[in-house]
Design a protein around this ligand. Structure first.
Ligand code: DUC
Ligand code: ZN
Ligand code: ZN
Length: 467
C-alpha cells in the first residue's frame, strides 16, 4: 500500500517546511518536493499542516478507582484520542497486591484487546513493593515496558514509602527504566483528609485544602533528591503549580537526570472552579488538584523555557451524573463527602486542539514547540523515538493533517469520549485535525471513524531518555 501526501507543510519539533510525504505500508519512505506518485493513493494536503501524531504519555482507561471504574474504556478513549489528533498513548497498568508487575501489564493488555483504535503502550505502577517486585523491574524490558510509576500519594492504596522508592530507583537505573513519580506527600494528605472530614468539611472545595501546593513541592524535591543520589532517570507526572516546577527548574539547573510533565487542565481549570456553590466543583477533583491562573502562567512559561517538556491529559474520566440511565457510577459518589469523589478529569480528545489554539495561536509557544511537547519529547522520554514522535524516513507513518483555519466549539454534546461532561465546554478553537493517519492507515477522516476496533497496536518501548 502506497500513499502520497502532497502539497502540505511538514512540521516537526525542529523544522517547518513544504514537502510531499510518501508512505509505503506502515512507514514513511520519502520526504521531498514534487515526489512522483507512482501509483500511490494521493492525499492533497494543500493549506494543511502535517504533524507527527500526538502522543499522550498519561492516561487511565478502563481503570477501577474510588469504588467505580472510568467511563472511557480502550475503545471510547482511543476513538476520542484519534478524533483529537492523538495517535498513541501510554496507559497506566496497576500492579495488584500480591501479584507481579507483569500480571498488572497482562491485565491491562486484556482490557485493550479487541478494542483498540490507536497505538498504545503501558507504564506499570508498583503498588506492592516486595523485594521480588522491586527485582522484577529489571525484567520489564522483556515485555516492552520502559517506565515504572511510583505513587508518593494515595496512602493505603497505591502509595509506597521512600525506602521502596529508593530501591526501585536503584533497579530502574541499572535496567534503564524511566522512573515516574506522582509527587505529593501522601502522609500529609491522609492527615489533612481525616481532619477535614472529622470537622464536617465535606463539600468539593475542601479537596483543595487536603492537597496543599507545598506538599507537591516537597514530594517533588524529595523525588529529585533521591534521583540525584541513585542516578535514576526521573519523570515527574502531572506537575500543577509553581511550588513543584521551581524544584524541577532547580534540579535541572544542577544537571540532574530529571524532567517534568504537566496536564492541559492545569492551564484552564482553577481552584475557583472547585469553589462554586453546589456540587459542580466535583468535576474538577483530581490529584494534584487544579490550582490558580498564576500557576497556569507559570506552567506556560515552564513549557516555553524547557523546564517542563511534556503535556499529558491524565485522562481519567468519571461521569458527573453517573449511576443513572445505564451510566457507570462517577463523581456523584462524593456527594456525601469530597473524599469519596473519584479523582480525575477527562481530556484525551481535547489536548491537541486546546494546546494548539491557546499555545500556538496566542503566541505563547511556537508551532515546533507544540510538536515537541505533545509528541516528540514524549516519544523520546518514553523510549519510542524515532519510531514515533516525528515525521522522518523510517518512522511510523503517524501523521495528523491539521487545518489551522478550521473552527470548532468544544462540547460534551459532540465529543467522542463516553464521559458526560467536558472540561473545555464552550471553548472556541481555531486549528483542528481533519485527518488522522496511523501507520499509513487513515483512522479518522473529516469526522468519520475509518477503522474497526482492534486496529491499534501495542508499542514495545526501550531506551527512554531525559529531554
Ligand atoms: N490523579 C487523578 O486525578 N486521577 C487518577 C490518578 C491520579 O493520580
Ligand atoms: Zn497521579
Ligand atoms: Zn494519572
Amino acid at each position: 500500500m502506497k500513499t502520497l501526501i502532497k502539497n502540505g507543510t511538514v512540521v516537526t519539533a525542529s523544522d517547518t517546511y513544504k514537502a510531499d510525504v510518501l508512505i509505503e505500508d506502515e512507514k514513511i519512505t520519502m520526504i521531498g518536493l514534487n515526489l512522483p506518485s507512482d501509483g500511490a493513493e494521493i492525499i492533497d494536503a494543500a493549506g494543511l499542516l502535517l504533524m507527527p501524531g500526538g502522543i499522550d504519555p498519561h492516561t487511565h482507561l478502563d481503570m477501577p478507582f474510588g469504588g467505580t471504574i472510568t467511563a472511557d474504556d480502550f475503545f471510547t478513549g482511543q476513538r476520542a484520542a484519534a478524533f483529537g489528533g492523538t495517535t498513541c498513548h501510554i496507559d497506566f497498568a496497576l500492579q495488584q497486591k500480591g501479584a507481579t508487575l507483569k500480571d498488572g501489564v497482562e491485565m491491562w493488555q486484556k482490557k485493550a484487546e479487541g478494542k483498540t483504535i490507536t497505538d498504545y503502550g503501558f507504564h506499570i505502577a508498583i503498588t506492592d513493593p516486595t523485594e521480588a517486585s522491586i527485582n522484577e523491574i529489571a525484567t520489564l524490558k522483556d515485555i516492552g515496558v520502559a517506565s515504572l510509576k511510583v505513587f508518593q500519594a494515595y496512602k493505603g492504596a497505591f502509595m509506597v514509602d521512600d525506602t521502596a522508592l529508593y530501591k526501585a530507583m536503584e533497579v530502574a537505573r541499572d535496567s534503564d527504566i524511566m522512573l515516574m513519580t506522582h509527587s505529593e506527600n501522601g502522609d500529609a494528605i491522609a492527615l489533612l483528609t481525616e481532619k477535614l472530614v472529622s470537622e464536617g468539611k465535606l463539600e468539593p472545595k475542601y479537596h483543595l485544602d487536603a492537597h496543599p501546593r507545598e506538599i507537591e513541592g516537597e514530594a517533588t524535591a524529595r523525588a529529585i533528591a533521591l534521583s540525584a543520589v541513585t542516578g535514576a532517570k526521573l519523570y515527574v507526572v502531572h506537575m500543577s503549580c509553581s511550588d513543584s516546577i521551581e524544584q524541577m527548574a532547580l534540579g535541572r539547573s544542577k544537571g540532574y537526570n530529571v524532567m517534568g510533565e504537566t496536564c492541559t487542565q492545569y492551564m484552564f481549570k482553577f481552584e475557583d472552579d472547585m469553589r462554586v456553590p453546589g456540587y459542580e466543583g466535583a468535576k474538577w477533583a483530581c490529584g494534584p488538584p487544579v490550582r490558580t491562573p498564576k500557576d497556569a502562567e507559570y506552567i506556560w512559561e515552564a513549557l516555553r523555557n524547557t523546564t517542563l517538556q511534556c503535556v499529558a491529559t491524565d485522562h481519567c474520566s468519571f461521569h458527573y451524573d453517573g449511576g443513572v440511565n445505564g451510566k457507570i457510577a462517577g463523581k456523584e459518589l462524593g456527594r456525601e463527602g469530597w473524599h469519596k469523589i473519584p479523582n480525575g478529569i477527562p481530556g484525551i480528545e481535547d489536548r491537541m486542539p486546546v494546546m494548539y489554539h491557546n499555545g500556538v495561536n496566542s503566541g505563547r509557544i511556537s508551532l515546533n514547540r507544540f510538536v515537541a511537547i505533545t509528541s516528540t519529547n514524549v516519544a523520546k522520554s518514553m523510549g519510542m523515538y524515532p519510531q514515533k514522535g516525528t515525521i522522518a524516513v523510517g518512522s511510523d507513518a503517524d501523521i495528523v493533517l491539521w487545518d489551522p483555519e478550521k473552527e470548532h466549539t468544544i462540547s460534551a454534546k459532540t465529543h467522542h469520549m463516553a464521559v458526560d461532561y467536558n472540561a473545555y465546554e464552550g471553548m472556541q478553537i481555531k486549528g483542528l485535525p481533519v485527518r488522522t493517519i496511523i501507520r499509513g492507515t487513515t483512522v479518522v477522516n473529516n469526522g468519520e471513524l475509518c477503522v474497526e476496533k482492534g486496529f491499534g497496536k501495542y508499542v514495545r518501548r526501550a531506551n527512554p531518555v531525559i529531554v
